[in-house]
Design a protein around this ligand. Structure first.
Ligand SMILES: [Zn+2]
Length: 134
């Protein structure tokens, strides 16, 4: 994956480097599902967002040794992800947001991952399959 580093324009016109998280697509979708497609920082609903505006953010920054496990990744809008950069969580958001993040990341990822895989494979159940055929 070569698109790990992208230049983005901020509102102030300066250039920041947004380092995208390398993550399997089923795991990425599972984390979005776990977090209800909502930015954990500003609570923006990202269901109707452009794909480039929905990102994964490290709870513990990569620079501080944070890994790419689901327990360390949260759904964030691009604006929040870019404005946080590598700041520690407690310098970017308040205690309520941090409590929300702890609650979300404590969820077992397996069931979301099963659903994510089924969605990607197109193997979710078709309810019409159970209807009698006339
Ligand atoms: Zn946001």
């Amino acid at each position: 994956m070569a698109r790990n580093t992208r230049k983005v324009e901020t509102r102030h016109g300066s250039r920041n480097t947004y380092k995208g998280v390398v993550c399997r697509k089923d795991l990425r979708l599972a984390i979005y599902l776990r977090d209800s497609f909502r930015c954990v920082y500003c609570c923006r609903d990202l269901h109707g967002a452009q794909p480039k505006d929905i990102t994964l953010d490290h709870v513990k920054p990569h620079a501080d040794g944070g890994d790419n496990s689901p327990a360390n990744l949260v759904t964030a809008c691009r604006a929040c992800n870019c404005s946080r950069q590598d700041r520690p969580l407690n310098r970017f958001c308040g205690p309520e947001t941090r409590a929300d993040i702890r609650r979300l990341t404590a969820r077992k990822i397996d069931r979301y991952r099963r659903l994510a895989k089924a969605i990607i494979e197109g193997s979710t159940e078709d309810p019409r399959a159970n209807l009698p055929m006339d």
